[in-house]
Write a protein that binds this ligand. Structure first.
Ligand code: 6R9
Length: 638
């Protein structure tokens, strides 16, 4: 990646029709930094407000309030506003199940469903400010439930359907949710995942839960606990079709989304109403060059931030037609995405490098069997994309006709922060690119020195932006410390990066103990806690190792309890149960000791080298017993 020199400009055709040119970007970007109040007033003014704001930004480091005093509603802006401007008959969501079932909702139909769901939530006693946890497959009801929460001012907390009982229970408890919305089951690679059974177990661990609303996705014979459990089709089916969206303060919490950090407990990232709405609205429109008639597909599940901002809120705020696909990319085979593109005439595709690398492994023949000529723009998100995968995506999927936008951002940033606008700039494969409007980034050293071109350092943001996180749920001290306490007066992203002479930023990966496995963030500490909670394990250290498809794989070094032996299959199953299958170790190395300093700190740096099969390099003199490294390197993984 260091030697990547290719530069891929957009085709003349694409550039000629693009919403934003290079001159537009330069003018608007300068304005967004020099006259931020005017810039954001214009953008936010394109959306509907029930009460205008008095002040664009109130910044009391590290706390920002945007569009202060204003009142609005994100669901109103995504639905009622679009229906009012004549888009009622436009398709809002086209959904395809893994089993091939298709359901379509126009904007008018989606609005009706969301109003009914909002009434049903209120009938269950949910009020503005309450938290509602969602644990659902990727079905239309997931978007409907999110929007219904937003409509009444309930703060949603979506937990990815692949998470385990204990991960779900932790998140319900941390958010103190009164209501859980789940489904009887979901389809994954042809099999049924029994979400309701997990929900029941989690409910037993989370006394704050009062009700469970259950969508029937599979066969509807899930056991229901009278007085607590309610079928979605009963509650929503019986609800009225009239509902007025709540006028919510601009800083009203829209959602909490849990993400892994460098310590054991996942953080509940809090996003609020006005700023998040404006940020996702503007970035979706400009980065994806949205036009009427586009069929836009972001493959992310709503369990992740990408699914929040770019499968639901951003595109619907723009009146786009969104494709949603429930299942796995290889069900029934690796041609499924290309079949979906062909069948639904997808024009914009936004997916992750890990998926692209999996497709690449299957060869060029499979995509060649499908008509992909509807595509006009491709996007990538979730982890650094290696130039080879970028080129393959551009050549084989995009037919050398579609620009590829690599987009860097985070759960915390709420919306895209770095990219090259597709019609405005040439892309440099492997480099995320230039800052979005209002985003003021720099590369710094740990002690806050700004670095020059091509110098590697830490990626920071120097001023607040509308869709930034506001706090960590229930732990503002952690918010201050993690994001604004590492380097004084700047937002610390936790990523290493460098910027070239043209201003393009290349993000190289995390600098903390966070792994990026198939685009999903996992804390090494989280996995270690899961491992040591197994009776056979005394101690564990987890590191990442480069993986050709997943980006990073999970390697666990485990020390057995005295007199016990470690069963790798049982340990993997245990991690799946504790966190979810995505955290299952790829390799387990059973050790008789871990490399520790005299003060007892595990030197993960050396473990990373061993995991990657490299020679151990660096100063081992601080280790209590350097011979541990030799033994570990000679131990085969199981
Ligand atoms: C949106 C999302 C955030 C972390 C982030 C970084 C990595 C995401 C990237 C990228 C390089 C890109 N990351 N996009 N690295 N290039 N285009 O993925 O949010 O799940 O919170 O992950 O993912 O390391 O810090 P989230």
């Amino acid at each position: 990646m260091l030697h990547e020199t290719r530069v891929i400009p957009p085709s003349a055709e694409f550039a000629a029709r693009a919403n934003l040119s290079r001159e537009d970007y330069e003018r608007l970007y300068r304005r967004s930094l020099d006259e931020p109040d005017q810039f954001w007033t214009e953008v936010a003014g394109e959306l509907a407000w029930m009460k205008p704001w008095e002040q664009v930004l109130d910044w009391q480091e590290p706390h920002a309030r945007w569009f202060v005093g204003g009142q609005t509603n994100v669901a109103y802006n995504a639905l009622d506003r679009n229906v009012a401007r004549g888009l009622g008959d436009r398709r809002a969501i086209v959904w395809e199940g893994e089993d091939g079932e298709v359901r379509t909702f126009t904007y008018a139909e989606l609005l009706r469903e969301v109003k009914k769901a909002a009434n049903a939530l209120e009938a269950l006693g949910v009020q503005a400010g309450d938290r509602v946890t969602l644990y659902l497959p990727l079905i239309p009801e997931a978007a409907i439930a999110m929007l219904a929460c937003a409509r009444i001012g309930a703060t949603h907390s979506v937990v990815f359907g692949g998470f385990s009982v204990s991960a779900l229970a932790d998140r319900i408890r941390d958010a103190e949710s009164r209501l859980l919305i789940t489904a009887d089951a979901g389809y994954r690679r042809g099999a049924l995942v029994n979400l309701k059974a997990n929900a029941d177990e989690a409910a037993a661990l989370a006394p704050c839960l009062e009700n469970i609303l259950v969508v029937c996705r599979a066969n509807c014979d899930a056991p229901m606990q009278p007085g607590r459990d309610v079928w979605w089709h009963d509650a929503v089916g019986a609800a009225g079709e009239e509902h007025e969206a709540a006028a919510l303060d601009s800083e009203h919490p829209l959602f909490v989304l849990y993400t892994s950090g460098s310590t054991g407990k996942p953080k509940g990232i809090v996003h609020t109403t006005g700023g998040y709405m404006v940020g996702t609205y503007l970035t979706t429109q400009s980065v994806f060059d949205l036009k009427p008639g586009d069929v836009y597909w972001c493959t992310a599940d709503v369990g992740w931030v990408t699914g929040h901002s770019y499968s639901v809120y951003g595109p619907l705020l723009n009146g786009a037609t969104v494709l949603m696909y429930e299942g796995a990319p290889n069900q029934p085979d690796w041609g499924r995405y290309w079949d979906l593109v062909q069948k639904h005439g997808v024009t914009i595709l936004y997916t992750a490098p890990t998926a692209i690398r999996s497709f690449m492994r299957q060869g060029d023949e499979l995509p060649a069997r499908y008509d992909l000529s509807s595509l006009r723009l491709l996007g990538s998100v979730g982890e650094p994309i290696n130039p080879e995968a970028w080129m393959w995506y551009w050549r084989v999927i995009g037919g050398e006709r579609c620009p590829v936008v690599d987009t860097w951002w985070q759960t915390e940033t709420g919306s895209i922060m770095l990219t090259t606008l597709p019609g405005a700039f040439a892309a440099k494969p492997g480099s995320a690119g230039l800052p979005m409007f209002g985003v003021d980034v720099a590369i710094m050293t740990r002690d806050g020195q700004e670095l020059g071109p091509d110098e590697g350092g830490l990626l920071v943001v120097k001023r607040p932006w509308p869709s930034m996180l506001r706090t960590v749920y229930g732990d503002d001290a952690r918010y201050r410390k993690t994001y604004w306490g590492e380097i004084p007066h700047v937002y610390f992203a936790g990523d290493g990066a460098r910027r070239d002479a043209d201003g393009y930023v290349t993000v190289v990966g995390r600098v903390d103990d966070v792994l990026n496995v198939s685009g999903h963030r996992l804390g090494t500490m989280e996995i270690e806690s899961a491992l040591v909670s197994h009776p056979s394990v005394a101690e564990a250290a987890v590191v990442g190792k480069p993986d050709a498809v997943k980006g990073e794989g999970v390697v666990a070094f485990v020390l057995p309890q005295l007199g016990q032996s470690v069963d790798p299959a049982a340990l993997r199953a245990h991690v799946s149960r504790e966190i979810g299958a995505l955290a299952r170790p790829d390799a387990i190395i059973v050790a008789d000791a871990l490399p520790k300093t005299r003060s007892g700190k595990i030197m993960r740096r050396f473990l990373r080298q061993i995991a990657a099969g490299q020679e151990v390099q660096g100063d081992t003199s601080t280790l209590e017993d350097p011979s541990v490294l030799v033994r570990l390197a000679a131990t085969p993984a199981v």
